[in-house]
Structures are given as structure tokens and as C-alpha cells.
Design a protein around this ligand. Sequence first.
Ligand code: EPZ
Length: 421
Amino acid sequence: MEYIEIDGGRELAGEIELSGSKNSALPILACSLLSDKPINLSNVPDLLDIKSMINLIESLGVNIGKKNNNYILETKKILSHEANYNLVRKMRASFLTLGPLLAREGFAKISLPGGCAIGSRPVDLHLYAMKKLGANIDFSDGYVIAKSNRKGLVGNKIDFPKISVGATENAIMAAVLAKGETLINNAALEPEIVDLCNCLTSMGAKIEGAGTSKIRIEGIDVFLNTFHQVITDRIEACTFIIAAAITHSSLLIKRINYDHIAKFLEIMEEMGLEFKLINEAIFIEKGKKLSSISIKTKEYPGFPTDLQAQLMTLACVSNGKSYIEESIFENRFMHVPELNRLGADIQVKGNNAIINGNCSFIGAEVMATDLRASVSLILAALIAKGKTKINRIYHLDRGYENIDYKLSTCGAAIKRGKHGN
Ligand code: EPZ
């Protein structure tokens, strides 16, 4: 089992280049199942979750060529209709193969993803959308069995009772091949949804309203060859901005998209962080201690739940008392006990955390529990007194490409090791 060890207290300097967005690349890889034409996809991050999705879609029939972060994907024929439990349990985004398989083949057998560290992660909204498009849904041995009749899926109105990124993505991909018009109401607005729709449109799909809560899709039956570049990762961008803020360093972070992180930058400004936007980069000024903050995580464009753990670490060393309410997932405070072991003073009451600031982190051995919690421990370790050893860092490698390398090139004393050697 690999671990990361950090010797805290170093100031950072230099520049970091962002990677492609994990949460954009995953649905786009899944949508390659829809088309029999080549998709040239660039800027795909090199992550464990991407490898899992690649393995899954290859098993379903996608032919894949890879050169560095660029892929050529082509699905002349679907070879299997089953996303099996071993692959899906490792990465719940595998459930995004439901829509494309059902739309193209009229049949899909997808393992229920089950819960994870941050919550039960139900899929009822995904299944609601498939039913609205005419699918018959059954369950057997922990699998969803989805079938459409001979005519295939038929366009319809899909009124989501609750906003869901994944369910919106599955609905869009299924609707692209459904006959006639589909209207999705209460769609998720995330930039990753817009990127998926841009890729589908370049493949020949007819989609209006991506990035708004109302998306209209006209079904097609012929696809085009396409080239698409995945957007950069907004969560990685904000994680590195917090790394600069927490170490009082000046850093240049390249390839950001300001619009994707506007709400986060508003919160950083409120806390007193100074920065400059220079074309597609952000320069974080070497700064003083920041002020406390009160936030509630919300669907996009609100403050992202995927940044909640990272902001909490910053709040631990800011002036005063901060308040964080987690409104998206029911159990996303797993990083709190580990941060408290490093010297934080955080109380949790239900979905609310109260963070007493001005703490001094002292290095210790800690354990990563989920992707974003693991990076909140890295941020604390960067300023902790002494050494911190973070175990189970496969969580980290699921969503951050070469984060130890990127931080070490900016002066962090960070190294990766393996238990048992
Ligand atoms: C996506 O997950 C992201 N993952 C998550 O990022 C992110 O935290 C989440 O959106 C919210 O922004 C990917 O894009 C691969 P949801 P997703 O469906 O689609 C409930 C990371 O760290 N819900 O928008 O699974 C659900 O329980 C990951 O990169 C239902 O009730 O999230 C949650 O409370 C973690 N029924 C809320 O909706 C459903 O059918 C939002 O979930 C589906 C979801």
C-alpha cells in the first residue's frame, strides 16, 4: 500500500499546470459507446478512475488507441451489454454506461454502484429518466436490467425532482438516440455537463440549453467523426489555489477557466486572498493569514461539495470561527477526525461543521478515506510542524494527476513510499 510523506513548513513558489477534468472525461468516455465513428479525445487526465472507465468501455466494445493524454475511441460494434459489479463497485461513474448502452442497443445490464464513503449514492433519478424515455427497468442479483422495446427509446419530458449531475448526463446520452424531442427540466448546470454536450454536439447530436436547467435534445441516428479537448479540472485548480493560500506562497496556476471557479474565488476574496487573473492563469499573491468564512455547499454555480474538505483545512488556520454546511452528501465529513488528529479543532453536528481557526497542525500518521478528504490532509501536511504520513493514497490517485510531482516542483518536501519496502 502506497503512502505519501510530507515534511511541512515549506513555502511554495513557481507554477503549476492543470490537468484535464476527471468529471468531464468520465461521461465523455462513456458517451463513446453511442457512436460507430472515431472520437479523438485530448487532455484526458491520467488517473485511476479514468483507467477504470477505459477498462469498462473496452470490455463493452470500444476500441481505444492512446498516446499520452490523447485517445482515439471507436465503437464499431457493442461486444457486451454488461457492466459488472467488480468494475462498477470501484468507480460509481461506471453507471454512466447505462444511458449510452440502452440507447444504442435497447438493452443494458449494469451493476448497482452501491454506496461509498461519502454517502448512499442512490441511482433512482437515473432510472426515472430511462423510464421516461420508454425503458423497462428490472432488478436482479444487484444489477439493473434496462430494456427498450423494438422501436428503441422515445423522446419525452424528464422533470427531475432533484438536481443530479450523473442522472442529467445519463439522460442526455440516452436522449441523443431517442426518437423525437426530449426536454430535461431541473438539469444540473455543471461545466462538465456543458463539456459533455459540446462533445456530443461535435459528434452530430442536436442539443440546446446545456449549462442551463432546461435542456432540449432532438434524437439523431447518424454520428460524425469528431475531435474534442476535455476542459481543465476546476476542482484541481481550486485545490492548488488553497495550497498557495495555506502556505502563504505566490503561485502561478495555468490553464484555469475563470467562469468555472467564480463562486470559489468570491469566497477566497471574502477570506482576504489576493490574486490576479492573467489570461488563462491565476497568480496567487503571497498573503497574510486569512479570515474565517461561513459557506453552504450547493449545486453549481454554488460552492462545490468537492471543495468542502479543502476549504475546511484552510479554515482551520484562518482567523476566527468558520461554519461549513454540507448540503449535497450525507456523510462528507470523514476528513474531520483525521484533521483533528493533526491538531485541528472541528466540531460536527449533523451536516454542519464548526471550525475554530488559528490551529497549528502537528505532523502525524493519518489515513485517506475518500478522494477529496485525502487532498485536505495533503494541504494540512504542507504547513504542519514536522512529518505527516498519509496512508491509502490510492484515493488520491483516483482524482489528482501527479499531485506529489506538481507540488514538489514548487518546493514542497513531499515523497511517495510503499509499505513493506
Ligand atoms: C458527481 O457525482 C461528481 N462525480 C461528484 O464528484 C460530485 O461530488 C457530485 O457530482 C456533486 O457535484 C462525477 O462527476 C464522476 P449527483 P454524482 O448525482 O453524479 C443524490 C468527486 O470527488 N442523488 O449530482 O454521483 C445524491 O445522493 C466526486 O470527483 C439521488 O438522490 O452526484 C447526492 O445527494 C465525488 N438520486 C445528490 O443527489 C440519484 O439518482 C447529488 O448527487 C442520483 C443522485
